[in-house]
Design a protein around this ligand. Structure first.
Ligand code: UT7
Length: 332
């Protein structure tokens, strides 16, 4: 029997912009309160990438550079960079290409992947497949969004939710049974009715009218998305555990997408996990879309141990959702 090659996460890097946008700041901008934001979402502050002409690639590049330094590799060794994002620098070329140039990853090919808040999970699955194929040895998967570029800061229903960040993982082949073990990913295009950016794509290209109508901002029917998210993220996480005979005791950590503390709690309850096994940093960074899950891995890295079972779970625009089982590969 040939040995199974799995894709192990061997390093994690991240970038957080310095500028903070607190609930107190938002109280001065829209009709909201710190109390409402904290009790309805769990968020206290978020990071914002300020400055004209600064795009998502400016966050991807330092996150990937940090990961290379931690692993002791040259960016030239990277075979492929996948950037999960819904806020690319431009419609084209891909943000991954621009970031590769910034970090000197001259031997890599790169591409962007659009799956909103589930983007990191979708990209991780693609990156793992490249490793499992045997053709590539070092694949970087980055989740990064500059949500402040598509948020309407006069709309209190969305502007309190989002923040900017990037976080990335390095995938390398492993024959000892560590890495990405299984993944269930789903999508449903009818979700576009509830969560989308209305204009700026091929259907409604940017025009004076679309700009005047504020159609280049996030449009979200919060309550509907909330209902789908609670069910979608909890169901798929439970399904993944059942499929792989994982009990709550077998799982060391749940790494949930950070959109709303109430959605996170519902997923953890469904999996039978107590709060101390759930990574939560929504209070500090808000919803950073594709960056939330790897940002948690980055923040909790020192507490992770080789062999631990970790379940990553996400739900987002599309709709897209999924859960992924990872066996952690190293002690830091
Ligand atoms: O990550 C991608 C996927 N997205 C999600 O998972 C987000 C899912 N949705 C949610 O997390 C929640 O629906 C929100 C946090 C967006 C909203 O919370 P909610 O408990 O569903 O509130 P709601 O939309 O039902 O609004 C309740 C009330 C409304 O007022 P009325 O109509 O009851 O008078 C809103 O106008 O709260 C009002 N409201 C606010 N009040 C103060 C909405 N936003 C605010 C605000 N501050 N920022």
């Amino acid at each position: 029997m040939p040995t199974r090659v799995t894709a192990a996460i061997t390093a994690v890097g991240a970038f957080l912009p310095e500028d903070k946008l607190t609930n107190a700041d938002l109280e001065k901008m829209v009709d909201t309160t710190d109390e409402w934001i904290r009790t309805r979402t769990g968020i206290s502050e978020r990071r914002i990438l300020k400055g004209v002409g600064r795009g998502t690639s400016e966050m991807v590049a330092p996150a990937v550079k940090q990961l290379c330094e931690k692993r002791g590799i040259d960016p030239k060794e990277i075979d492929c960079l996948i950037v999960a994002t819904v806020t690319p620098d431009m419609v084209f070329p891909a943000t991954a290409n621009i970031a590769c140039e910034k970090i000197g990853a001259t031997n890599a090919f790169g591409f962007d992947l659009s799956a909103a808040c589930s983007g990191f999970l979708f990209a991780l699955s693609q990156g793992a497949a490249l490793i499992e194929s045997g053709r590539y040895k070092k694949v970087v998967v980055c989740g990064s969004d500059k949500m402040s570029s598509i948020v309407d800061y006069t709309d209190r229903t969305t502007c309190v939710l989002f923040g900017d960040a990037a976080a990335a993982v390095l995938l390398e082949p492993n024959t000892e049974g560590y890495g990405l073990m299984d993944s269930i990913l789903r999508s449903d295009g009818s979700g576009a009715n509830y969560l989308r950016m209305k204009a700026g794509g091929a259907k409604y290209p940017a025009s004076v009218e679309t700009v005047m109508a504020k159609e280049h901002y996030i449009y979200q029917e919060g309550q509907s998305v909330f209902k789908f998210a609670v069910k979608g993220m909890a169901d798929v996480s439970a399904e993944l555990m059942e499929k792989n005979n994982l009990s709550a005791n077998d799982v060391s950590w749940l790494v949930p997408h950070q959109a709303n503390l109430r959605i996170i709690d519902a997923t953890a309850n469904r999996m039978g996990l107590s709060r101390d096994k759930v990574m939560i940093n929504i209070q500090k960074y808000g919803n950073t879309t594709a960056a939330t899950v790897p940002l948690c891995l980055w923040e909790w890295e020192k507490q992770l141990h080789q062999g631990e079972n970790i379940v990553l779970a996400a739900f987002g625009g599309g709709f897209t959702w999924g859960a992924t089982w990872v066996k952690w590969a190293y002690n830091s």
